[in-house]
Design a protein around this ligand. Structure first.
Ligand code: NAP
Length: 410
């Protein structure tokens, strides 16, 4: 008996390799190499958990194939583009048995529940524009600024890059990201794929009223295990000069967005360059507050981790923010003669204030930065909730359902 399979595939031309799908897949069906993200047809159970979190929509691709002729992961890892969809000749199929319903609706609910964070935006968030530009129709931006935002003499060479779109259309919201395609080709002679960076400015521009965006980019000089390696895109971006033309794709992201209603509180937790979206949201609120807009009403609480004060991007500007505007907590892990402190350690110290926020349905939580922080932060939230008489399981489910717990870690 020949079975027909609706095979789940990822479009390598659109994918920005952000790892969200691999991270969220509950059955380990997604894998990647240095080039592509692919789906193992033997493992994928069509639970749809990965579909809506994907910032680009590249994950939502399907081909009807005979199960025996399904594309292997080895095949998919060599692709530069998806194969054309081929109509199956019904007559040649002994028995057509699709493994799932064609729309996946019946199992969507399970999938949507698989991750630890929300896959929907806060209900009051502005509607984002996504995927205006892709690898085949890039937007060309011009560099209008490149400043180092960590102290000289430290290992963290982090840059604040400003890109101007001139008269081009590239609308963004706080929490969205874009992709940059470095020029040239990889070792296999293929064009580099886009690297994703969070936008660090509010919706009305890095400079209010200007058609520009900013990014926070750390120069990668070692790989995950500490071997020396020069990151292609991060080094390209950190070396950009004013006036350089840059290929941009995006914007991406439809859930890591801020609420747009008066009285909403933001609990922001980040490490290193994961501060980019927090800068965007904070600056949005700061600008609203300056005009007396009631949309700025609500608490802002920030936990920000870095190796040292000198390696914390934007340390100076953050220190200048009024105390009654934002409650800032820095965690430094490598300050000589001081104990190692992570954001979750500081959160435990501020548990009473976090509990107040957790009890308020107007509180929205954002976590961005190193993957390793995610578990620790969720543990503190759980412990804090329980210690203050809340049912964490129910609260966690509510936070996820209502677009109030956003995790973006790599
Ligand atoms: P980093 O300097 O390596 O680390 C920042 C701080 O986090 C350090 O103090 C580090 O302590 C601490 N840390 C390490 N493990 C931790 C854990 N398990 N829990 C809590 N804190 C921990 O950070 P980075 O190189 O800037 O990396 C930031 C991350 O953000 C990257 O993974 C990046 O991909 C991601 N990100 C970036 C953007 C962007 O637009 N640029 C957007 C989203 C996410 P140690 O002393 O132990 O190292």
């Amino acid at each position: 008996m020949t079975e027909v399979l609706k095979q789940h595939l990822i479009d390598p031309e659109i994918c920005i390799r952000c790892n969200t799908c691999e991270d969220i897949c509950p059955v380990g069906a997604v894998m990647h190499d240095s080039r592509n993200y692919v789906v193992d047809a033997e493992k994928c159970n069509h639970c749809m958990a990965c579909i809506s979190p994907c910032p680009t929509g590249s994950i939502d691709n399907w081909r009807t194939v005979l199960r025996d002729a399904a594309f292997s992961t080895a095949d998919q890892l060599t692709w530069d583009e998806l194969p054309l969809a081929v109509e199956l000749d019904e007559a040649s199929v002994t028995m057509a048995v699709a493994r799932t319903s064609s729309d996946g609706d019946s199992i969507q609910a399970n999938g949507a529940d698989a991750g630890l964070g929300s896959i929907v935006a806060p209900p009051s968030a502005a509607t984002p524009v996504v995927n205006l530009y892709g690898a085949k129709n890039t937007m060309i931006a011009t560099v209008s600024g490149n400043y180092r935002v960590t102290a000289l003499g430290t290992d963290s060479d982090t840059h604040h890059i400003v890109l101007d779109f001139g008269s081009g259309n590239f609308p963004v919201l706080e929490g969205q990201s874009l992709g940059i395609i470095a020029p040239g080709v990889d070792v296999n002679g293929r064009a580099h794929h886009a690297r994703q960076y969070s936008i660090a400015n509010p919706r009305d521009g890095e400079r209010p009223g200007y058609n520009n965006v900013s990014l926070t980019v750390k120069r990668v000089t070692v790989d995950y295990v500490g071997n020396p390696v020069l990151g292609i895109a991060s080094n390209y971006v950190c070396d950009l000069k004013k006036g350089d033309a840059v290929q941009v794709v995006g914007p991406f992201g439809a859930s890591f967005l801020m609420p747009n209603h008066a009285g909403s509180h933001l609990l922001m937790i980040c490490t290193g360059t994961g501060s980019a979206p927090m800068r965007a949201m904070t600056e949005r609120r700061r600008r609203l507050r300056a005009t007396g807009d009631t949309l700025a009403d609500g608490r802002l609480m920030l936990f920000f981790g870095a190796r040292s004060q000198k390696e914390l991007p934007y340390f100076g500007p953050l220190m200048n923010l009024p105390k009654d505007f934002i409650d800032i907590n820095f965690a430094f892990s490598r300050t000589p003669n001081e104990p190692k402190r992570y954001v979750q350690d500081l959160m435990r110290e501020r548990a009473a204030d976090i509990a107040t926020l957790l009890k308020d349905v107007n509180s929205y939580i954002y976590v961005c930065g190193l993957k390793g922080m995610e578990a620790g932060v969720l543990e503190v939230l759980r412990d804090t909730a329980i210690a203050h008489g809340m049912d964490w399981q129910a609260l966690h489910a509510e936070l996820k359902r209502d677009g109030r717990l956003h995790l973006e870690t790599y």
